[in-house]
Design a protein around this ligand. Structure first.
Ligand code: UT7
Length: 323
């Protein structure tokens, strides 16, 4: 017997306001055509003042709990992956905890920027496998619109807001790759590349700051590192690329998504793609894509799913699970 962290429910929330690429043509030297062809993005959602990170995270979490048929007090831990929490502290996770009416367990945030959800899933898996938690809510939620420099066409057209949530539940497995649940994880970071993608402000500099990115440099690292981490996780799980039913990648750029799939020899009809509708929602992008992939009927029970992401740090990683 081996405990496995099995997905029992998923949910998501997207802000009401949808902004098409054409909006940016009014204020910036850019075109819908450039944004579509260079990134694959067609529109994104931007949060209003009430749609805070914790509000969106809570709404996504409620959907995941409802799908699983589980009440908030049956959850032992909440992990929120975010770089855009409502307040410097307390954590967004404790805000979600109180908004769900959950009076027990523990809650904390994970900050690994666009790779945050993969890092949070891996931490949640460790809590479940080590017997410290039976049910863990893992949420990715972001309001990146709050840290955009609206005069910088090379970044502000790329990002969006939203949240996705997954409820993980301990179930007994056999220890083989036939088990449902998380089969392997692979986490990496290399702080030598911290200047490629960062926010130029923070608490100790007394500004919120704006996102700065050397996009083409990040791009160069992305395809190579994402394929490598996905294959490392698959190898740890005793699986190969041919066993993959779905890649659910971080949704930053369709060219990165296609390049990674091609490098892995996996056709695009086995990749869940939402970047055209959401833009890059950082830590929210994978749980959003998981939730939407289920709603579309793409991801089904028993499927082998590989998630992979890279972002500021650089930090990157992957998780292989059987749905
Ligand atoms: O989620 C975290 C990880 N982040 C990512 O994965 C993002 C990775 N990077 C990318 O997705 C791509 O690098 C971008 C979409 C950001 C840019 O695409 P690119 O093909 O790498 O373009 P580039 O940065 O090399 O820029 C090409 C040209 C430049 O003009 P010059 O120097 O060639 O004259 C830019 O100034 O495109 C220009 N440009 C734009 N033109 C019109 C940059 N942004 C825009 C824009 N509209 N919005």
């Amino acid at each position: 017997m081996q405990p496995r962290a099995v997905v029992a429910g998923v949910g998501h929330y997207l802000p009401k306001r949808v902004v098409p690429n054409s909006e940016f043509e009014k204020t910036l030297d850019t075109t819908d055509e450039w944004i579509r062809t260079r990134s694959g993005i067609e529109r994104r959602h931007f949060a209003d003042d009430k749609e805070t990170t914790s509000f969106m995270a809570t709404t996504a979490a409620k959907s995941a709990l409802a799908m699983a048929g589980v009440s908030a007090d049956d959850v032992d831990a909440i992990i929120v992956a975010t770089s855009t929490a409502d307040l410097t502290f307390p954590s967004a996770a404790t805000m979600v905890q109180s908004a769900l009416g959950m009076t027990r367990g523990f809650a904390f945030d994970v900050q690994a920027v666009c790779a945050g959800f993969v890092f949070a899933l891996s931490n949640a898996n460790a809590l479940i496998v080590s017997g410290q938690a039976h049910r863990v809510l893992v949420i990715g939620a972001e309001t990146f619109s709050r840290i955009m420099d609206w005069t910088d066409r090379s970044t502000c057209v790329l990002f969006g807001d939203g949240a996705g949530a997954v409820l993980l539940e301990a179930q007994d497995g056999t220890g083989t790759s036939d088990d449902r649940g998380i089969l392997a994880t692979d986490l990496n970071s290399d702080g030598r590349y911290r200047d490629l993608l960062y926010v130029d402000g923070g608490v100790s500099t007394q500004t919120t700051g704006h996102l700065r990115m050397q996009g083409n440099q990040v791009f160069r690292h992305a395809v190579e590192k994402l394929a490598a981490t996905a294959e490392a996780s698959l190898a740890k799980a005793g699986l190969t690329n041919a066993d993959v039913d779905w890649i659910v990648p971080h949704q930053a750029n369709i060219r990165i998504i296609k390049g990674t799939a091609k490098k892995m020899g996996i056709p695009m009809d086995r990749v869940v793609v939402t970047v055209q509708d959401h833009g890059n929602t950082s830590a929210a992008s994978i749980p959003l894509a998981l939730s939407i992939g289920c709603a579309r009927g793409q991801i089904k029970s028993g499927d082998v799913v590989v998630t992979e992401a890279i972002g500021g740090g650089l930090a990157w990683g992957s998780v292989v699970l059987r749905w």
